[in-house]
Design a protein around this ligand. Structure first.
Ligand SMILES: [Zn+2]
Length: 202
């Protein structure tokens, strides 16, 4: 979400054409409409702040920290046992370094285990149940569209091994996702794209 505001500020500072700026504001409004109204009772003030073309990155950041972040529920830290249970087929699962994460920024938590050449992804499903997926990851990064956050970034192939339903054989399913999962979480405003990524792995 902050990324969208950041992009807006870049537009204010670099584009003079009023109709272009208005069109980009309309796109941003459509994005914020998806995520904000339910939890946010001061939408009008928010729009006033972000649509002010004199807005600076520093003041936008302060506004977010003070007014928006407290509304976001943080990712609930599970016990080590719960993480091990999710990845019970994996030997020697690493446990994320929870204290190094800003859990209000995380829709999902992912970490890379270079020893195994795998990325692990932990999330809560629609029933608030802890779930996980993992796959081979990170061998070659390219520029492209991330399947999770739908941003053009540096991505790499996430290759998950899944059991096909019928005959019990295993197949590999791949999707390109952000190399940097923290940045991916910051770009992620529409959860349906994250769920689409997960469904594609099934
Ligand atoms: Zn991403």
């Amino acid at each position: 979400m902050f990324k969208t505001v950041d992009d807006l500020i870049n537009v204010y500072q670099s584009i003079n054409d009023k109709s272009t700026v208005a069109a980009i504001k309309a796109q941003a409004l459509a994005k914020f409409d998806i995520i904000l109204p339910e939890k946010f009772d001061d939408f009008d003030t928010f729009l006033k702040v972000i649509f002010d073309e004199k807005l600076t990155k520093a003041s936008a950041k302060t506004y977010f920290e003070v007014h928006l972040k407290p509304l976001v529920s943080p990712f609930k830290v599970p016990s080590n046992k719960a993480v091990e249970k999710v990845f019970r087929k994996v030997k020697k699962i690493q446990i994320p370094n929870w204290s190094s994460l800003d859990l209000r920024e995380n829709t999902y938590v992912a970490w890379h285990d270079p020893g195994q050449g795998r990325k692990f992804i932990l999330f809560y499903d629609e029933h608030d149940k802890l779930q996980g997926t993992f796959g081979e990851f990170g061998s070659n990064a390219i520029k492209g569209l991330c399947a999770i956050c739908q941003e053009m970034t540096t991505i790499s192939l996430f290759l998950a091994t899944t059991k096909s339903s019928g005959d019990g054989t295993y197949t590999k399913k791949g999707n390109y996702i952000c190399l940097d999962s923290d940045a991916c979480n910051q770009h992620l405003y529409d959860l349906s794209s994250f769920h689409g990524f997960l469904n594609a792995l099934k």
